[in-house]
Design a protein around this ligand. Structure first.
Ligand SMILES: Nc1ncnc2c1ncn2[C@@H]1O[C@H](COP(=O)(O)OP(=O)(O)OP(=O)(O)O)[C@@H](O)[C@H]1O
Length: 303
């Protein structure tokens, strides 16, 4: 079942077009990870879907309801608020009970405590939000998104600023929500995290979704071949690699550098012995050559 269907959605701020025609379908029970560089428009997209901002053109349906009637589906979406929108003078549990009341979530005190425990706020129930750390505020925002037992949960950078243990807890929480049949749209700059928990990933760039697919599809890419990491002295550079490719008549290209390694793309592992021999013959000192599976980070960097 389609939970969200977005068609040619655009959003302008004054003269700047931030979203230039987003097309996307998200299905029930999916965890969809949305990535993009700072300022790419991820939050703008979320704000447009949730009615915080008004679209410029295009359309979207949520649970089959057109965006013109967005108010009627808002109760089906749990949205993590920006931490600057929390009521700082309230105590944690008091805030959740208040916000829960607004969305008809009248659970017991024990159930609110359990929700706070789920996000890692055990022991902070009676502390005022203004005394919470940044990470604790993030956690209570996530808890707010879980109020109302909604079908769709939208989390904008839920784990940014969280310590590793807390981030793991939130990822487990997301997986648990998916097991309950919820559909989750989340953004993150942590590409390993996106890789681990998303069923599908969309890469937003230049105002459109440039790539979309399962992490595996994206990593396998449309390209065939291998990425190899080569540690040499001196380090390899683009012109040198291009020269080698022409001389050897093999399909090798320079992708960039990562720490002490040069990253190369080669068409076939049959080219590895040819390339390594030529490197040594050319006087380059070759310390290491390893084949590495493309990561989502590599896909992102090449989008
Ligand atoms: N209310 C606004 N008025 C004017 N411009 C805005 C507004 N909100 C966002 N923008 C601009 O829209 C662009 C996209 O911002 P947005 O916050 O959606 O990006 P993002 O992908 O979520 O970035 P980040 O990863 O840094 O959170 C930026 O250039 C930003 O300056």
């Amino acid at each position: 079942m389609e939970i969200l269907k977005v068609n040619q959605l655009t959003k302008n701020y004054r003269n700047t077009q931030v979203l230039k025609g987003i097309n996307l379908t998200i299905h029930q029970g999916e965890v969809f990870g949305f990535v993009g560089h700072n300022g790419a428009g991820k939050s703008t997209f979320i704000h447009t879907l949730t009615g915080i901002s008004v679209k410029s053109s295009g359309s979207f349906d949520i649970l089959g309801v057109p965006d013109s009637q967005i108010d009627s589906v808002k109760k089906s979406m749990g949205v993590m608020p920006d931490i600057s929108n929390l009521y700082e003078n309230m105590r944690g549990i008091e805030f959740l009970r208040y916000m829960g009341g607004l969305v008809g979530d009248h659970r017991s005190k024990e159930d609110y405590e359990s929700l706070m425990k789920d996000v890692g706020l055990e022991g902070a129930e009676r502390k005022k939000i203004k005394a919470y750390s940044f990470g604790m505020k993030k956690k209570i925002s996530i808890a707010q998104a879980l109020l109302g037992d909604t079908e769709i949960i939208i989390l904008d950078e839920p784990t940014s600023g969280l310590d590793p243990e807390s981030a793991i807890k939130i990822r487990q929480l997301v997986t648990g929500l998916q097991e309950q049949g919820k559909t989750i749209l989340l953004t993150s700059h942590n590409l390993d995290e996106i890789d681990k928990i998303s069923d599908r990933v969309g890469i937003l760039s230049d105002g459109i979704i440039k790539k979309v697919g399962t992490p595996r599809q994206l990593k396998e890419g449309t390209e065939t071949g291998l990425t190899i990491f080569v540690r040499t002295k001196p380090m390899l550079h683009a012109d040198f690699v291009q020269e080698l490719a022409e001389k050897l008549e093999i399909d090798v290209s320079f992708l960039g550098t990562k720490k002490d390694y040069s990253m190369l793309h080669i068409a076939s592992d049959d080219d590895i012995p040819i390339l390594s021999k030529k490197l040594i013959d050319s006087g380059t000192r070759l310390y290491e050559m390893k084949v590495e599976q493309t990561s989502l980070e590599d896909v992102f960097m090449n989008t």
